[in-house]
Design a protein around this ligand. Structure first.
Ligand SMILES: Nc1ncnc2c1ncn2[C@@H]1O[C@H](COP(=O)(O)OP(=O)(O)OP(=O)(O)O)[C@@H](O)[C@H]1O
Length: 437
């Protein structure tokens, strides 16, 4: 760790600082300079020339008591440090309140599973090393609605604010970016707009970039903003409901740039992730739900985490207003679950068909003795999912897949679990199949 040395004139002052205000000194240093320093306090003879000038007058007067002692800290942040802090505070203040950074959305309360682990890991890496110092100076996250893109943007912003307080982090929506640009055109302040976006920002995040569809003028401006920030090694993050090549009405040169960095999608969460999210949100709402109720909700709402949260908010409000305990009947009633939602039973046949369709391998091949790599992989996945979702015994599964014995199923299950730790593509295949069930 780097250190900062303070010279003081006598032991009394040294002891007082070390005993009473070392933590505050360290905190101030962290706030102004943006990282931790070891603080060393030296006693220097006050007559030597090295004694720091600003404190000299004060240090020359020996305090008579602890209460009388004062000293001046001269951490000397550079002008740039000060300016970027001012800019950061100003921009924070001027941000559209609609897109203020929500301090409650962090990495700590983002539940990670196979559907979002790549997006999460990249976002964490950026929050630790933003811009071209890190591996991902440009990131593009896409997914269907309500799967956590904005939550991750907030988490990155909160992480960077903590790790690099001097950085100017600007989080906006594509619509607000457009509004701001149009305002600047109307008020003839386009120069200031360009200056702000290309020179003053360290981290630019634009949510829902697809909203710029057909907005030629704003797209031109975005093109320059992108080039300016990217060439200066700043951090860019975009989100959208589509991959860059799928967005209509966005110029090719912008799509190309959006693809310069890492492009990651978030998929629908699998059953375990849905349960973990429900547990976490129920805890936050101070709502106690039994496991069968959590399972019922997780089996009924599969595609949107916002809806999953909404269901709990509704249940919580209902239980509160009516002063009743949450039970299964109430959940079905309040959430409007039809009996087909609740009673649909997933069988070995259904899992086999879904796996077969995903890997484009016929079901008879899955049940055959064939040992080619692709068929074995698909068969193992089908066996793994049959255990996990149908909860069938290993004997039943072995019998279903061509009369194999239970040890083949044990082996399949173990192999897939081990592979999933490192093989992201396989984890995604499994989530995709689960989501079709
Ligand atoms: N993995 C997760 N863990 C915990 N909460 C999550 C997770 N994913 C999403 N959420 C929560 O679900 C809600 C919707 O997420 P968010 O707004 O980030 O989705 P989005 O993908 O940006 O949606 P949209 O495209 O509609 O803007 C938020 O309250 C968010 O905190």
């Amino acid at each position: 760790m780097d250190s900062i040395v303070f010279n003081v004139s006598n032991q009394l002052i040294k002891t007082m600082i070390e005993k009473h205000c070392l933590n505050e000194v360290k905190a101030t240093i962290r706030e102004v300079l943006g990282k931790e320093y070891e603080v060393i306090i030296n006693i220097v003879n006050q007559n030597t020339e090295e004694a720091p000038a600003p404190s000299e007058a004060i240090l020359n007067e020996k305090p008579k008591s602890a209460g009388e002692a004062t000293f001046t800290l001269d951490l000397s942040p550079t002008t740039n440090d000060k300016l970027s802090k001012v800019e950061s505070q100003y921009i924070q203040h001027m941000s559209d309140p609609g897109m203020n950074i929500d301090p409650t959305k962090t990495f700590d309360n983002f539940i990670v599973g196979p559907s979002n682990n790549l997006a999460h890991a990249t976002a964490v890496a950026i929050s630790r090393t933003p811009g071209d110092q890190g591996k991902y100076p440009s990131l593009y996250i896409h997914s269907n609605s309500g799967l956590g893109k904005t939550h991750l943007l907030y988490a990155v912003a909160n992480g960077i604010k903590e790790n690099f307080p001097q950085y100017v982090v600007y989080l906006t929506t594509a619509r607000d970016f457009m509004k701001e640009y149009i305002e600047s055109v109307k008020s003839k302040t386009v120069d200031a707009f360009q200056e702000k976006f290309t020179k003053k920002i360290d981290v630019l995040m634009i949510d829902d970039i697809h909203e710029l569809k057909g907005k030629k003028g704003t797209q031109d401006e975005l093109f320059h903003v992108f080039n300016g920030l990217y060439t200066n090694g700043k951090q860019l993050i975009f989100t959208s409901d589509k991959s860059p090549e799928e967005i209509d009405g966005i110029e090719e040169r912008i799509k190309t740039r959006l693809q310069w960095g890492l492009v990651i999608d978030i998929q629908k969460p699998d059953f375990e992730t849905r349960i973990a999210i429900l547990k976490r949100k129920a805890y936050e709402l101070d709502l106690y739900l039994q496991d069968d109720i959590l399972t019922l909700i997780a089996n009924s709402i599969k595609t949107n985490i916002r809806e999953l949260e909404g269901s709990l908010v509704k249940l919580c409000a209902y239980a509160d207003v009516m002063n009743v305990e949450v039970d299964t009947e109430m959940v079905k009633d309040i959430l409007g679950l039809s009996s087909s939602d609740v009673e649909r039973k997933i069988t070995l046949d259904i899992v086999a068909k879904a796996t077969s369709q995903h890997f484009k391998i016929p079901v008879p091949d899955l049940k055959s003795k064939a040992r080619t790599k692709d068929i074995v992989n698909a068969r193992f996945v089908a066996m793994y999912l049959s255990r996990k979702i149908v909860n069938a015994t290993q004997e039943e599964i072995g019998r279903f897949y061509g009369g194999r014995d239970h040890s083949s199923v044990v082996h399949a299950e173990r192999t897939i679990k081990e592979k999933m730790n490192n093989d992201i593509a396989l984890s995604r295949d499994i989530v995709t199949i689960e989501n079709t069930l």
